[in-house]
Design a protein around this ligand. Structure first.
Ligand code: FAD
Length: 370
């Protein structure tokens, strides 16, 4: 039912506009308000905080179906649900949950989550943005970049250094509301793909926030972030599955309709074998992703499984989108056909929320310590 609802919504509200949003790099805030009305901005948030109260299966289905239509809407939906909302849901106090989750789950507010900085991406523990306690306030200074909704977000969870560089447990997480003095918008990036998903800087200059905006304890920020990313990676895996499945569906339809040498190109084994390989990859990626979702639903450790799902789905999304474009031939290179957008959007999956190399580090560590 959720898959059908998302497909119907996407056909009406996303499909007709997606290429214009892509061309203009427009982040369609109004669309996200409508997604909020459908309950898709707080998919796993319990009813008591204004969410839909679903589990990770329904969440994965939502991201897959949206991303089949438009990866950039899938990315923004994933970042809002898993990162900002997910961080407050998993680690926030009861007061913080009551204050922020109802607004986030209904899309009254759009959420952002800032870990990455210009010089610290994979090596996020070396961050330079600092928070210093002064009286009953925290004072934030520094800049985050590559942040999904860094400009449009109404509230951000920001990870800052609160200890000395190189020390363990030297980072803490804070909630910063838009409009707070010293919290400003930075440059919006011009991207290869995922162009309707806003990616921008967040700047903090003597930004003062009340002490109650600290999430959890001082020093918990990095550990909290790793847990948030365990869930977030399931959503990027789902994003990869959706993009790959969308590219596959488009290639199947085109291969049946395009004739060369007086035959549909699908009748050439070179094409049908390619489609078969693509279909197996999509199916395998979905199995890994739903397996990670199941473990998450059961509250079991999921770092290794979410990293496996994220790594495989991302890599196959790039490969499937590439093969899909090849099946379209020259038309695959044109913006009037769907293949090129899948091709451009897919690449983000191997980078965001930890690159493929970082997923291999997580998986390698896990299997070597078992
Ligand atoms: C569209 C988009 C949206 C994003 N949204 C957010 C967001 O909302 N919030 C947020 O905090 N961040 C966000 N990011 C940032 C993203 O998580 C980082 O780009 C990513 O973690 C990689 O960091 P980096 O770009 O600094 O690359 P680097 O860390 O500089 O990596 C460069 C290369 O070196 C490799 N590498 C690095 N370390 C190792 C190692 N130890 N072993 C092997 N290889 C290694 C990497 O795999 C990569 O190939 C987003 C990025 C993009 C592009």
């Amino acid at each position: 039912m959720i898959a059908q609802m998302v497909r119907d919504f996407g056909a009406k509200e996303i499909e007709p506009h997606k290429m214009q949003w892509d061309e203009d790099q427009q982040f369609p805030v109004e669309l996200f308000k409508k997604l909020g009305e459908l309950g898709l901005m707080g998919v796993v948030v319990p009813h008591k905080y204004g969410g839909s109260g679903f589990g990770y299966h329904e969440y994965v289905t939502t991201i897959v179906e949206i991303s089949k239509i438009d990866g950039s809407i899938g990315l923004s939906l994933a970042a809002h649900n898993s990162l900002c909302t997910g961080h407050i849901l998993q680690h926030g106090s009861e007061e913080q949950k009551k204050k922020y989750l109802p607004k986030l789950a209904t899309a009254q507010w759009i959420g952002a989550w800032g870990l990455t900085e210009p010089n610290t991406g994979s090596d996020a523990g070396n961050m330079k943005t600092v928070a210093v306690k002064e009286g009953n306030e925290w004072v934030l200074n520094g800049a985050k970049n590559f942040i999904t909704h860094g400009n449009s977000g109404d509230v951000a969870v920001v990870i800052c250094r609160t200890g000395k560089p190189g020390e363990s447990r030297n980072a803490s997480a804070f909630i910063v509301e838009r409009g707070t003095s010293g919290f400003s918008k930075g440059r919006k990036e011009n991207k290869l793909g995922m162009r309707a998903s806003e990616t921008s800087e967040m700047i903090f200059e003597d930004c003062r926030i009340p002490e109650e905006n600290l999430i959890g304890e001082v020093g918990d920020g990095f550990v909290q972030s790793l847990k948030v990313l365990d869930g977030g990676r399931i959503s990027i895996a789902a994003l990869g599955c959706g993009i790959a499945e969308g590219a596959l569906d488009a290639a199947i339809a085109y291969a049946k309709e395009r004739h060369q040498f007086d035959k549909p190109i699908s009748s050439f084994q070179g094409i049908s074998f390619k489609l078969a390989d693509m279909a197996v990859k999509v199916e395998a990626a979905k199995k890994l992703t739903y397996r990670a979702a199941e473990l998450k639903n059961q509250g079991k450790p999921v770092s290794k499984e979410s990293a496996m799902a994220k790594l495989y789905s991302s890599e196959i999304a790039v490969k499937v989108a590439d093969d899909g474009l090849q099946i379209f031939g020259g038309y695959g290179y044109l913006k009037e056909y769907p293949a090129e957008k899948y091709y451009r959007d897919a690449k983000l999956c191997t980078i965001g929320e930890g690159t493929s190399e970082i997923q291999k580090i997580v998986i390698g560590r896990a299997i070597l310590s078992e």
